[in-house]
Design a protein around this ligand. Structure first.
Ligand code: NAP
Length: 284
């Protein structure tokens, strides 16, 4: 995928499809700012957009697609099932509403947003089966999960025989989430790293700052490049156009193995999370 001289690499997923390794996320973009923000992101060159039913801005994302008028096949669109809709009939209805809001007859990727093991009698397997049905019905090209821990992945794969294409999990330099990444790799699942710059929390980090000075880039660029070097998929969010441009300019420099290891060593384990723990999060 080449846009104004920048080529965003794609990664092959286990279902034979391809995903752009860099995209744009719209969590916490208020609905009234979403259309303009996504239009700017598309102008900058992003073609992979990550939204969710929970974000309350799918309709505005869809309005931006319509205004931009790009060929559908140039876009890669992800949305996610909200926590109140895990029961199969609710999931089907909510999915169809997502397509309506986005103004699309197909998304590229549909995810279970959270596993919610303490709700729905712990049954996320029926929810997963429903997503697989939705894929078979053609409304989504790929299906995956988000915030699934290794035992959650083992269970859906064992009980359904269907391996998710991706697992979208929290990963940042302070929470490298190696156990979940290793489980993804073991199953052949691509890892998507959410909140890749820890929601801005990497600002002022001396280690990242010193690498950034040496390679002549910003701390955000170094951190985003670190994820790419590790093979993860990312979609940083910004409502500022200059930051969208900064976060897109990642393909004309690299990091040494030593720099990648130095940043990974900033891991603080559980203390480094910015979000909730998927084992206990109830989604309400
Ligand atoms: N599956 C899940 O449960 C889950 C959870 C969280 C996020 N996500 C996905 O992951 C995407 C990214 O995560 P995120 O939005 O939470 O966090 P993020 O991308 O790590 O960070 C976004 C924050 O950093 C700031 N920022 C962006 N670029 C910057 C730069 N170059 N320099 C300094 N600050 C910068 C943004 O501020 P401004 O906007 O003011 O520029 C915003 O406050 C989300 O949008 C969503 O699509 C998924």
């Amino acid at each position: 995928m080449t846009v104004s001289g920048t080529t965003v690499p794609t990664l092959g997923l286990n279902d034979g499809t391809e995903i752009p390794q860099l995209g744009f996320g719209v969590f916490l973009v208020p609905p009234e700012e979403t259309q303009r923000t996504v239009e700017h992101a598309l102008e900058v060159g992003y073609r992979h957009i990550d939204t969710a039913q929970m974000y309350g801005n799918e309709a505005e994302v869809g309005a931006a697609f319509k205004a931009a008028g790009l060929p559908r096949d140039d876009l890669y669109v992800t949305t996610k099932l909200n926590n109140g809709f895990h029961r199969p009939d609710d999931a089907r209805r909510a999915f169809s509403e997502s397509l309506d809001k986005l103004g699309l007859d197909r998304v590229d990727l549909f995810l279970i947003h959270w596993p919610l093991p303490t709700r729905y009698d712990g049954d996320f397997v029926s929810t997963w089966r429903t997503l697989v049905e939705l894929r078979e019905g053609g409304g989504t090209t790929s299906v995956g999960v988000s915030n699934f821990e290794p035992d959650h992945l083992d269970r859906i794969v064992e009980e359904t025989g269907v391996v998710p294409a991706v697992n979208q999990i929290e990963v940042n330099p302070y929470f490298t989430n190696e156990a979940a990444r290793a489980a993804d790799a073991r199953h052949g699942i691509a890892t998507e790293a959410w909140s890749p710059i820890a929601r801005g929390g990497i600002a002022g980090d001396q280690t990242i700052e010193s690498i950034a000075q040496r390679v002549g880039r910003t701390p955000a660029q170094v951190t985003l490049r670190w994820h790419l070097e590790r093979g993860d998929i990312i979609f940083p969010k910004s409502t500022h156009r200059e930051r969208m441009e900064e976060n897109f300019a990642l393909f004309d420099f690299g990091l040494s193995d030593e720099d990648v290891a130095t940043i990974a060593a900033l891991d603080r384990g559980e203390r480094g999370r910015t979000g909730p723990n998927p084992n206990t999060f109830e989604g309400r």
